[in-house]
Structure formats: structure tokens, C-alpha cells
Design a protein around this ligand. Sequence first.
Ligand code: ADE
Length: 328
Amino acid sequence: MQTNKENNAGGVVASSAPQRAPLKETTKSNVVNEADGLHKDSVNSDSLEDKDKQKWSLDNFEIGRPLGKGKFGNVYLAREKSSKFIVALKVLFKSQLQKSNVEHQLRREIEIQAHLRHPNILRLYGYFHDAVRVYLILEYAPRGELYKEMQAQPHSRFDEKRSAKYIMQLANALKYCHTKKVIHRDIKPENLLLSLRGDLKIADFGWSVHAPSSRRTTLCGTLDYLPPEMVEGKAHDEKVDLWSLGVLCYEFLCGKPPFEAESNSDTYKRICSVDLRFPSHVSDKAKDLMVKLLRHSPRDRLSLDGVLQHPWIGQWTEDRSTVPPPKK
Ligand code: ADE
């Protein structure tokens, strides 16, 4: 597998690589179908992992339908030609990365995500670039964006059972990240995908760093998921992800983030004063978990082990399948 230590992502922007043909939609002869390359024992990611010495290029892939849109480019379904292995190809435009001065963030994203191996973290198999674009070869998550699944639910929210399952899977993935001193810092529904079995995958490591950290990049977009220490621009550690887990738990159960407001400055005030109110349908156990995660002081927040042992998680995620007792 090419994690490309030698081909350091430092070369991502100043490239002398020959320009490739523009990314095209597929023709009839090379249509990439999501059923292709999935569930075939003979096709697995080993074929991608072996390609350590050789460099990837766009010629290695057939490109299919767009899977998602991002600020710096789009994600496409793609199939590696020789192995037929299905991946998601994230295509980023160098000009846009440069304009927003986020090349360092992309290098960090690649370096961090390529080294993580966990069932609830999307794999990054490798990357390559040409004169115009950077391409990330990512695991394909067939059930797509969790955000869309949430929007499709009645009242745009999940029930307690499903929310507890996702929070447990996230807590497990974050526990793994934190043992490696990686803090994600951008846990929100838009950055979560679903596998074929409906398991959650953390997808975007664009804001992740090694702890401890101070923020030097300007915040853009929503403040909704950020803890007080980050909106106030203070030094922070992995406990920022505990806060975001509490925010996410609230959004799963209530259909909107807890500190949502008309303006960024009002959201800022609500975050810093921890202005937390629950709709009446939320259970006492769920409220207890969120209150314990959404603490202003990072050291007062419930640990990830505390989350995994919390009665609300236990209530909904225990295997309750009743196996009949053996006959005497
Ligand atoms: N949308 C964005 N990234 C994706 C991925 N890796 N798999 C499926 N859908 C996606």
C-alpha cells in the first residue's frame, strides 16, 4: 500500500508531474457500478496495499458517479482497473487549496488518515497528484453520508437506539485516535459515512492534529460543534472531541445542534455559557450523558471509557438476542 512517505505530500502543490487528461464521466464501456468489486472474496484492499513502490495515476482508475461535493473538489466512485477494487476518489483542486492556504492541512490529513486502522474510521489507501489536482484514494462507504440519512428520518432525527449505536462506535473510534495522540476536532454529521452494514465511519481528517495544540488557522463555517476552549482560541487537547461527541449526541436525538442560533456571535455566547436545553422527548439517561460531556472545563468532561460504560449506551447497545436454553 502506498502511504507515500517517500513521495512526501510536500510535493503536493509544487508539482512537475505531466498534466493528466481531465477527469471524465464514464463512457458505456467503463461504467463503474457500486455492485462491482464489492463482496467478492477475490477482490480486497490488499491489491491496493501492494502498490508500495509504483506510483498511482488517474490511468489506474475508471471513474463513476459523483458521491459528494466539497469546498475543494468532489468525491467520485472509482474502480482500480487491475484489481477491480471499488474506491472513492476525492479530487481536490490545487489552486483552491492554495487560495485558502490549507496545503499544510491536506498534508496532515494524508499523514494521519493513512496510518489509522479501525473499523469505524474510513481508510485512506494512498494519494497521487498531477499539475492541477490532488487525488485521495479512499475506502468506499456504500450507504453514504450519515447527514442525508438523518435528514430522511421523521423530524430529521434518529431514535435513541440508533443514536446510542453511533455514539458507541464514535467513542470507540475516538478512543483509538486518542491513543495515537490524534485529535479529530471536526466531528459533525457531514464528516460521517455509513458502511454497507450501516456502521459509522469517520471520514474527514482535514482538521485533525496531534495533541496538544493551539489553533492557528482561522475558523470558517459553523461554530456549532466547537468547544468553548476552541472558539475562544485557547490551547486545547483531545478533550475537544468529548465536547463534539456531546454535541453530536444532541443533534442525533433532537435534529439540530444544541447551541444553534441566528448568528455566529449568538452561537458563540451559547457555547461559552453552555446554554443547554432539552426537548421533552429526550430520556433522562440520554440527558445525563450529554450533560456530562458538555462541560465547560475540559477536565470535567466524561472520558471515552465513561461514555462506553454509561447506562444509556448499555441500555441500547447490549446484544439482547435471546438464545434459547439448551434442552436437557
Ligand atoms: N461521499 C463522500 N465520500 C464518500 C465515500 N468515501 N464513500 C461514499 N460516499 C462518499
